[in-house]
Design a protein around this ligand. Structure first.
Ligand code: F6R
Length: 593
């Protein structure tokens, strides 16, 4: 949700460098963008509506009315929250006297009061955003000196922010965070600040994470402060193990298909980790009086699948809820509870809030996340990393199956059968390697061509594959824009079957287990009302009008069953001329509530 990137160093093409870095963060927001760069005693701002990926950097000079040579610049790609998609609402925002420019990610909850107060003092607003108040506040306090003015302005804000500030009269780049991510990259005599690492991965893998209520001032060095104690703090430099290629599309037309294909390796990476982690978390679950799995969207569906896996494999009950619903259930949480967050980004505001609520109640918090150093990673008592590499397509694919693999392995660890779980998942990874080939994709493409113009489609599953029916619907909705819904097969006859008409596609996810018989009979019920049945199953069946074969992998079936649906969703998006990497109205990580 909004990408932020800034540079300060020796290079003189900071403006162009920031535009190129922002292009790598476009998955975080793509409705408009803008940059600010410093020349002599001036802060220049340039903004546009539309996708930054489509901007030709070489045309920057002809579009701005000042020289573009600069060694300090910052930029922002926006996913609109406050105010429509207009050039005025795009960031950066100037202070009234244009001496200060601000980019911001997050939501300032008290911006209405601050706006009123500033208007009464004579400030006029050019945008409808919550961000603009920050720029005017810094100007309002400028007699305190630039740094103190920024600190004072930040102390007036309620809500979440990652904010960067450039000032015409100051050569320092300032950044601060509360609740929204900011990472500092350290190169040779140069620094980068970004909301996500891929923006600067081509320049450095040395990073320093800003925590909540911390500020960094970058000049020749980066100096960190704790805003609460107003004291300087030391920061550890962490070397990350992502390489620059892992954040690029390479030979693939889109990140989504690249990331789907990477599932050949990511399951193996997820499970080939220190076994002690799994046994440790299994012990924590055993000790806890009540375990909650919490996640949003796809990660929420993975949590639901986790509850089936824990029940079946380890005979353990765990509670499941969406991040946004967790605060309403908090009365049950005690200091003996365990809350496990599942997330790709580790930054989703609703999930993060659930962890914060749990921590306040004294509960232990764990997270299963992809992005190391993310907010959830930093506030958790313990974390398991997915090791899936950067996931840049908005629709989650490789992170989903890595999360499922980790929850499957945890279930086995809980039942003291970790080795058995590992053997199952190693076999699953090898079967996925064989499954993902051009012939398989072509077979799914034929189906996509057949159903590309339908208005609605449905997905049914049972047991641990019921959450996969829900997840399948999300995948189909978000990139193909076809109305899709997922159901527990047995629920159809209680209402939804009224939606079935002649030719309506219904995907039946049929695992080769005790649920098979019932889900097949649900598919027969749909077919007898005219439905077109697409079977995802290790074996063919008479009821299937179209069969997509998946390997037989026992309890790991949710992992293999979701993959052909990811491919189908991708191909439907392409056939319907949608950009699968940047679906409309969505952004990769939802850092606002
Ligand atoms: C859908 C999708 C989203 C995310 C959700 C949570 O494909 O990716 O539903 O799963 O926004 O995001 P994370 O996993 O980053 O917490």
């Amino acid at each position: 949700m909004c990408g932020i990137f800034a540079y300060k160093g020796q290079k003189t093409n900071a403006a162009q460098l920031v535009i190129n870095g922002l292009k790598k963060l476009e998955y975080r927001g793509y409705d408009s963008w803008g940059i600010a760069f410093k020349t002599d005693h001036r802060v220049n701002v340039y903004k546009e509506v539309g996708k930054i990926g489509e901007f030709d950097v070489s045309t920057l000079q002809e579009k701005v009315d000042s020289p573009t040579e600069s060694s300090m610049a910052m930029g922002h790609s926006r996913w609109a929250t406050h105010g429509g998609v207009t050039k005025e609402n795009a960031h950066p925002h100037y202070s009234a006297d244009k001496s200060i420019a601000i980019v911001h990610n997050g939501i300032i909850e008290n911006y209405v009061e601050l706006r009123k107060e500033l208007k009464e003092k004579g400030y006029s607003f050019k945008s409808e955003t919550d961000t603009e108040v920050i720029a005017h506040l810094v100007q309002e306090y400028k007699d305190l000196g630039h740094i103190e003015a920024v600190k004072k302005a930040l102390s007036r804000l309620k809500g979440r922010y990652a904010v960067l500030i450039l000032c015409a009269e100051d050569n320092r780049l300032i950044a601060a965070r509360r609740g929204s991510p900011l990472i500092v990259g350290k190169g040779d005599n140069e620094f980068f600040i970004a909301s996500d690492i891929p923006a600067f991965l081509q320049y450095t893998r040395k990073v320093m994470y800003l925590d909540d209520d911390q500020m960094v001032i970058i000049n020749d060095d980066a100096v960190f402060y704790d805003l609460k104690s107003n004291k300087e703090i030391e920061k550890r430099i962490v070397e990350i193990d992502w390489n620059a290629e892992s954040a690029e599309k390479g030979e693939f037309p889109h990140f989504m298909i690249k990331e789907i294909t990477e599932q050949k390796e990511t399951i193996t990476r997820a499970i080939n980790q220190d076994e002690k982690q799994f046994t440790h978390i299994a012990q924590e679950i055993k000790k806890a009086y009540g375990t909650y799995l919490v996640g949003c969207g796809t990660a929420g569906k993975v949590c639901l699948a986790g509850s089936y896996l824990f029940a079946k494999i380890a005979k353990r009950h765990v509670n499941v809820t969406f991040g946004s619903e967790f605060p309403s259930l908090q009365d049950f949480i005690t200091d003996r509870s365990l809350v496990i967050a599942v997330s790709q980004s580790g930054e989703t505001a609703d999930t993060l809030e659930a962890l914060e609520v749990a921590k306040k109640k004294g509960a232990k918090v764990l997270s299963i996340i992809n992005v190391e150093g993310s907010s959830m990673d930093r506030i958790s008592d313990y974390a398991i990393h997915l090791k899936a590499g950067p996931e840049k397509a908005v629709a989650s694919t490789k992170a989903t199956t890595a999360q499922l693999a980790i929850l499957t392995l945890l279930s086995y660890a809980l039942d003291n059968r970790l080795e058995e779980g590992k053997i199952l998942l190693v076999n699953t990874a090898s079967q996925i390697n064989d499954m993902l080939n051009p012939r398989y994709e072509d077979h799914i493409l034929k189906l996509a061509e057949k159903i590309q113009d339908v208005e609605s489609m449905y997905v049914i599953g049972k047991g641990s594959n019921y959450p996969m029916a829900l997840e399948a619907a999300i995948k189909l909705q978000e990139v193909s824009y076809i109305h899709a819904e997922g159901f527990a097969g047995g629920e159809l006859k209680h209402g939804p079957i009224a939606l079935i008409d002649k030719g309506v596609p219904c995907i039946a996810i049929v695992a080769n287990d005790e649920t098979k018989h019932e889900i097949i009979s649900n598919a027969i019920e749909v077919k007898s009302r005219g439905g077109y049945i697409i079977g995802i199953s290790p074996e063919n069946h008479d009821v299937f009008d179209y069969w997509i074969k998946v390997p037989e992998v026992g309890e790991a079936s949710p992992i293999v069953n979701i993959i052909p649906i990811q491919i189908l969703a991708y191909q439907l998006a392409i056939l319907r001329k949608n950009n699968p990497d940047m679906p409309r109205n969505l952004a990769k990580s939802v850092t606002v509530k």
